[in-house]
Design a protein around this ligand. Structure first.
Ligand code: ATP
Length: 571
C-alpha cells in the first residue's frame, strides 16, 4: 500500500464520529496492506517505530524538524523556523509549503527511514537525522510530510486506543470483531501490538500458543474494591490477605544477565532502581519475572515513607545523593516466571509457595507480609496491623486465582481505609473537556470535565465537573500547559458526553479525585440507564487530589467500579 493511502486513512480515522467507524476504517486499511506491512502500520498508528516499553524515541525536537523541512524545501532555515512558529504547527506549515509531489512511498519505506532516524545516536547523529528526514520529506506529498513531521516530533496523537486496534485486527483477519479476546490475551502477555498483528496474520493457532517472554512486560493484574470486611469475606471466603504497600508497583524481569523494570504503565523505568537491581543481582542468578512494590524508606529509621517519595526518583539523572536520600526497599508479592516456567496460570497459593521458596533475604528486599484469613475478625485485625505498619490497607487474594494479566477482577480485592464523610476510595478520572474560568479564574480553566473508562465499549463516560482542590499554580500554569497538547476542536469520538464544555481534550491526562458520595444525574453518561433509566452517575463534592501520571487513560476507574461504589456506599 502506498503511504499516501495510509495517511488518507489516518485522517479519516481522526475525524471519525464513532469508535465503531474507526474500527471499520482501520480493518479495511489493514486488509489492503501487504502482510509484512501490517505490523509496521500498527506501530505507525501509535506514532512509534517500536513498542513503548523498548523506549526507542525519535530524539527530534521541533526545531530540528523545521531545519530538515527547510533543507527539503531548499529554503533558508531561519525563514522556515519563523514560519513554523507563526503557524504554530509544523505539520500544518509543511502541508502549505511543500509542492504537490510524491505519493510513491510505501508504508515500509517510510517505516524503515523513521526507524533509522530513531536508532541513530551518538556523535553527529543530529545532523544525520536531519539529513535523512529531509530526504524523506523531499519524496513525500504535503499530507504525508505533515504526518511524518507530527510523528517524529511526538505529536501524532490519533487517539486510537489499543482496544480499537485489536478489534480492527480481529475484524480484518479473523473476520469477526467478537474474536478480540484472543488477541487481547496475546497482547496482555506481551504488551506488543505489532507482535500481536504478526501473530494474527499467522492465524488463531499462533495467537493461542503465545507465551510470556522475559524482557517483554506483562500487562498487570489489578484489584477490585469492596467497602468492608464482611463483603470481602462473602466474596472470597477463606483467603490470603497481604499488606498493601504504598509505593510504586514494579515488574522486574531478569534473563540471567540483564534486568528490565516496568512501571504500571509498562514504561521502561530500569534506570530508576539501580539499588534494587543490585540487591537482586546479589541474591539471584537464574532468570525470573517478579512484581514488587518499591517503597522509599527512611534512611535512618528504615520506616516506610508514603508514595510521593518515590517520585523523587523520576529524574533523568539519578545521582548518588538522591539514591541515598530516597533509598527503596522492594516488597515482593508476585512471581510470574521462574525456573524456565511461566507461572501465571497457576493458582495464587502455588505461586506464593514458589515465591517463598525462590526468595533470598537481603536488606533491600522483603516478601510482602501475608496471612491466611478465615474470619471477619482476623481480617480486621490484619488490616489494623497493616495501617500500623505504614501500609494503605490490604490486598485480599483468592487462593485459587490465577494471575489475570491486564484485568481488574475479584481474584484480588483491595481493602483501604475509609475517611468519615467521604467515599471510602478515591477515583482516577480522565480529563476530556474544560470550561473557561471567570472572575478570579479568568484566563485559565474554571472547571474540568472528568470521565471514567468503560472497557466494554472502549469509551470514556463523563462523571463529574471538578473545580476544587487545585492550587493557583495548577490552574494558571500546570493544567493549561499539561492539557494544551490534547486540545481539540470537537468532542473526541471515544468520549460520550451530554454536556458541551468550552474546550475538548483527547482523553490523556488522569487525575485522582475524592468525593463525598455518588449520586444519580441526568447530565452525566457514566453508567447511563444502568441504575435508573434516563440517568447516569455523578460525584457530589468532587475534589482534585493529585495527578496520576502512572496511569494511562484506559487504566482510569471504570464504569463498573463506579456502579459498585454507588451500590456499596450505604453499606
Ligand atoms: P491504588 O490507587 O489503590 O493503588 P491501583 O489502581 O493503582 O490502585 P489496584 O490494582 O487497584 O491498583 O490496587 C492494587 C495495587 O496495590 C497494585 O497495583 C500495587 O501497586 C499495590 N500493592 C501494594 N501491595 C500489594 C500487594 N501485596 N499485592 C498486590 N498489590 C499490591
Amino acid at each position: 500500500m502506498t503511504f499516501r493511502r495510509f495517511v488518507a486513512t489516518l485522517l479519516e480515522v481522526e475525524r471519525a464520529s464513532s469508535r465503531i467507524a474507526m474500527v471499520k476504517m482501520l480493518a479495511e486499511a489493514f486488509r489492503e496492506l501487504p502482510p509484512e506491512e501490517v505490523p509496521l502500520a500498527v506501530m505507525l498508528l501509535q506514532g512509534r517505530v517500536a513498542p513503548e516499553f523498548e523506549g526507542l524515541e525519535f530524539g527530534v525536537a521541533e526545531k530540528e524538524a523545521a531545519k530538515a523541512l527547510a533543507l527539503a524545501l531548499g529554503r533558508d532555515e531561519f525563514e522556515v523556523l519563523q514560519a513554523v512558529k507563526a503557524r504554530g504547527d509544523i505539520g500544518a506549515y509543511a502541508r502549505e509549503a511543500l509542492p504537490e509531489q510524491g505519493g510513491g512511498l510505501t508504508v515500509k519505506q517510510v517505516y524503515d527511514e523513521l526507524r533509522a532516524i530513531a536508532e541513530d545516536s551518538g556523535k553527529g547523529s543530529q545532523l544525520r537525522k536531519r539529513e535523512r528526514l529531509a530526504r524523506l520529506l523531499a519524496a513525500a506529498s504535503p499530507e504525508e510530510a505533515a504526518v511524518i513531521l507530527r510523528t517524529v516530533t511526538g505529536r501524532l496523537r490519533l487517539g486510537v486506543g489499543d482496544a480499537t486496534v485489536l478489534e480492527a485486527l480481529a475484524l480484518a483477519f479473523l473476520g469477526d470483531r467478537g474474536k478480540k479476546p484472543l488477541l487481547e490475551r496475546a497482547y496482555n502477555l506481551t504488551s506488543d501490538l505489532a507482535y500481536v498483528a504478526r501473530l494474527v496474520l499467522e492465524g488463531e493457532e499462533a495467537l493461542r500458543r503465545v507465551k510470556l517472554e522475559v524482557g517483554k512486560p506483562v500487562r498487570m493484574m489489578l484489584a477490585e474494591r469492596l467497602p468492608d470486611p464482611e463483603r470481602i469475606m462473602e466474596k472470597l471466603g477463606p483467603h490470603y490477605a497481604e499488606h498493601k504497600y504504598d509505593g510504586e508497583r514494579v515488574q522486574v524481569h531478569f534473563d540471567g544477565e540483564r534486568f528490565w523494570v516496568y512501571s504500571r504503565r509498562l514504561e521502561n523505568i530500569t534506570h530508576q532502581y539501580p539499588d534494587l537491581l543490585e540487591a537482586l543481582r546479589e541474591v539471584q542468578r537464574e532468570p525470573f519475572i517478579v512484581e514488587a512494590e518499591a517503597v522509599v524508606v527512611d534512611p535512618l529509621t528504615g520506616e516506610m515513607r508514603p508514595f510521593q517519595n518515590v517520585l523523587n526518583r523520576k529524574v533523568k539523572h539519578l545521582t548518588p545523593e538522591l539514591l541515598e536520600k530516597y533509598p527503596v526497599k522492594g516488597f515482593v508479592f508476585e512471581i510470574l516466571f521462574q525456573a524456565g516456567e511461566a507461572l501465571i496460570d497457576r493458582p495464587y497459593s502455588e505461586r506464593r509457595e514458589r515465591l517463598e521458596r525462590w526468595f533470598r533475604p537481603h536488606e533491600r528486599l522483603e516478601l510482602s507480609s501475608k496471612r491466611f484469613i478465615e474470619t471477619t475478625e482476623e481480617l480486621v485485625r490484619f488490616f489494623d496491623a497493616s495501617i500500623e505498619a505504614g501500609c494503605e490497607g490490604l490486598v485480599c487474594k483468592k487462593p485459587d486465582g490465577e494471575y489475570e494479566a491486564g484485568k481488574r477482577g475479584f481474584k484480588w480485592v483491595k481493602y483501604k481505609r475509609g475517611i468519615a464523610g467521604k467515599l471510602s476510595d478515591t477515583l482516577d478520572l480522565v480529563i476530556v473537556g474544560a470550561w473557561l474560568g471567570r472572575g478570579r479564574r479568568a484566563g485559565s480553566y474554571g472547571s474540568l470535565l472528568a470521565a471514567v473508562y468503560n472497557p466494554d465499549e472502549d469509551r470514556f463516560e463523563t462523571l463529574t465537573k471538578v473545580g476544587s482542590g487545585f492550587s493557583d499554580e495548577d490552574l494558571n500554569e500546570v493544567l493549561p500547559r499539561r492539557l494544551e497538547p490534547y486540545r481539540r476542536e470537537a468532542r473526541h469520538p471515544r468520549v460520550w458526553s451530554l454536556l458541551a464544555p468550552d474546550v475538548w481534550f483527547e482523553p490523556a491526562l488522569v487525575v485522582e479525585v475524592e468525593a463525598q458520595e455518588i449520586t444519580l444525574s441526568p447530565n452525566h453518561t457514566c453508567a447511563f440507564g444502568v441504575v435508573q433509566e434516563g440517568r447516569g452517575l455523578a460525584l457530589r463534592f468532587p475534589r482534585f487530589v493529585r495527578y496520576r501520571d502512572d496511569k494511562s487513560p484506559e487504566e482510569a476507574t471504570t464504569t463498573r467500579e463506579v456502579v459498585e461504589m454507588y451500590r456499596n456506599q450505604w453499606a
